[in-house]
Design a protein. Structure first.
Length: 528
């Protein structure tokens, strides 16, 4: 039995963030990870051939760019521990199979000039005003994204006191489709924005997703759109270096069986082999609400029942990794490569919505694809001149017919159809150029992280209004604590503010420090 101040279950990036902050606060911290490597959904590995570095899950880092963890380098990740981001000027592009292209640059003026040429001067000006509104409200929104959330009732009451707040409340309850349709005339511009928002695994017409359509343009034009040099996993490597610098430990091949609870307090973690690690101050767990009962049976039954009713995202992804003999070439020219590249052959919202409707029925649409060659912006990811392909195809977890288990038999066939679709846009994506391929289906994602990616939802749970802020994932768990289990805190993509790479473990650390009477501002004001 080993003694620590804090033990953490799960070395995904959120758990590592929380652990790094607590270690910086002077606590003796241990992180336990089931897999032989840390990083969870933020890891980069040689999956197919040596020298080719693939992002296992997350690829582009957007929302974390607004986090004070990076903006103020609170942990020294940028200044001391080797994290370096690549920020291209071209952040987002939509390419149609007839050669039409819409480009979004970080520079708003340049983007509006582009839109005036490709859509209309009216939509270009509407887009400028839309982004400026988003940017004006960004400080208010950002202040709540990376800290413990307000209670839902208090939040709604506060927002209802001003025109700006009521405007945001209205957006939060609408769909992304509703928002873009209300501001823009061009179908292509609507498609351009909505396709970017649906990367958050949300349907264009699902209520409660409108905030994404409003926030995303403000974020990308303010902070940019990026990926870490060397791959997404470099964020996790920098976090581990920070934890170790502050005196903490990260241990892999350490599968947790349960949270130890004594007299209503979380006192440690026990591994499947029986080894125990005790915690004086508390336990942090990357535990999805659907499996909370498995790891902490002492939680009150009504809390567990509500946790098990948490709604998962409507769809997942069938992810294609490929190694390439030579870098990919877009038919429209490689000057159109962006950090986010959407590839489309539909020209109306109606046509695109039919494709998303297939996902609701358990079918896959090979037309809903995105991705490209990561070496375009980061040649270090492969041997000289070679490429690393990362391809997203939206797909349901509950595949029809056959259910989730049928993914093992059908994922290659489904990936083949998506590959044919990619070939509409790339001139050299032929068999001679593909030297290796690995497909990761929705059920593969769940197997990879059974305590977080339930039903293949790599974003934790659905981003609907009723699962937002202090109600994410439930009203019981939204405070980042577990009711009636003192000292047990939660992290993960299913917690506030949502799925994706946010660095959201910062909020858990703030809450824990507050409960332990540690001054967060003092901790983060100290040099690393």
């Amino acid at each position: 039995m080993s003694q620590y101040d804090i033990v953490v279950m799960g070395a995904g990036h959120n758990g590592l963030v929380a652990a790094a902050y607590m270690a910086k606060a002077g606590k003796k911290v241990l992180v336990l990870e089931r897999k032989p490597h840390y990083g969870g959904g933020v890891s980069t590995r040689e999956l197919i051939h040596p020298g080719f570095w693939h992002d296992e899950h997350s690829n582009v880092h957007i929302m974390i760019q607004g986090n004070p963890m990076l903006r103020e380098d609170e942990l020294g990740l940028l200044g001391k521990f080797g994290l370096e981001y690549i920020y291209p000027d071209l952040i987002h592009v939509s390419i149609w199979d007839d050669g039409t292209v819409i480009r979004s640059y970080k520079d708003l003026d340049r983007t509006c000039e582009e839109l005036a040429r490709t859509t209309s001067s009216r939509d270009a000006e509407a887009y400028r005003k839309f982004v400026q509104m988003s940017q004006q409200m960004l400080p208010m929104m950002v202040s709540g994204l990376y800290s413990p959330p307000f209670p839902m009732g208090a939040f709604v009451a506060m927002m209802d006191q001003s025109d700006e707040g009521r405007f945001l409340l209205d957006l939060m309850q609408r769909s992304a489709l509703d928002v873009v349709s209300g501001y823009f005339e061009s179908e292509l511009l609507r498609l351009h924005i909505v396709r970017m928002v649906t990367e958050n695994l949300q349907m264009p017409d699902e209520l409660g997703t409108g905030m994404g359509a409003f926030v995303m343009p403000g974020i990308v034009h303010t902070y940019g759109c990026s990926m870490p040099k060397g791959g997404s996993g470099q964020l996790s490597h920098a976090l581990v270096r920070a934890i170790e610098h502050f005196g903490g430990e990260v241990r892999c091949n350490a599968a947790v069986a349960k949270v130890l609870v004594s007299s209503g307090k979380a006192t440690g973690l026990q591994l499947v082999d029986g080894e125990t690690f005790m915690a004086r101050d508390g336990v942090i767990g990357a535990i999805h609400p659907h499996v909370l009962r498995k790891f902490v049976a002492e939680v009150p039954e009504p809390v567990l029942q509500r946790a098990e009713r948490v709604t998962q995202s409507t769809f997942s992804i069938n992810l294609t990794h490929m190694t390439l003999k030579e870098r990919l070439k877009l038919k429209v020219g490689n000057d159109c490569n962006a950090m986010m590249t959407e590839l489309m052959d539909f020209y109306t919202m109606r046509d695109m919505l039919f494709e998303y409707d297939k996902l609701r029925r358990g079918e896959v649409s090979e037309r809903l694809i995105a991705g490209g060659d990561n070496t375009i912006f980061d040649p270090s990811r492969a041997p000289e001149g070679s490429g690393v392909f990362y391809g997203v195809n939206f797909a349901p977890y509950d595949l029809y017919p056959g259910g989730p288990a049928s993914w093992d038999d059908r994922k290659e066939e489904i990936a083949d159809k998506a590959l044919d679709q990619y070939r509409k846009f790339y001139s050299n994506l032929d068999e001679d150029n593909i030297t290796g391929r690995l497909i990761r289906s929705p059920i593969d994602h769940e197997r990879d992280s059974p305590a977080s990616f339930i039903k293949g939802d790599i974003h934790g749970c659905a981003p609907f209004f009723y699962q937002s802020m202090a109600h994410r994932p439930t009203s019981d768990l939204g405070s980042l604590r577990v009711p009636e289990i003192e000292g047990l805190y939660l992290v993960g993509p299913f917690m506030h503010p949502g799925g994706g790479v946010f660095g959201a473990g910062r909020a858990t650390a703030i809450q824990m420090m507050d409960d332990l009477d540690i001054e967060y501002d003092k901790v983060c004001g100290e040099p690393v």
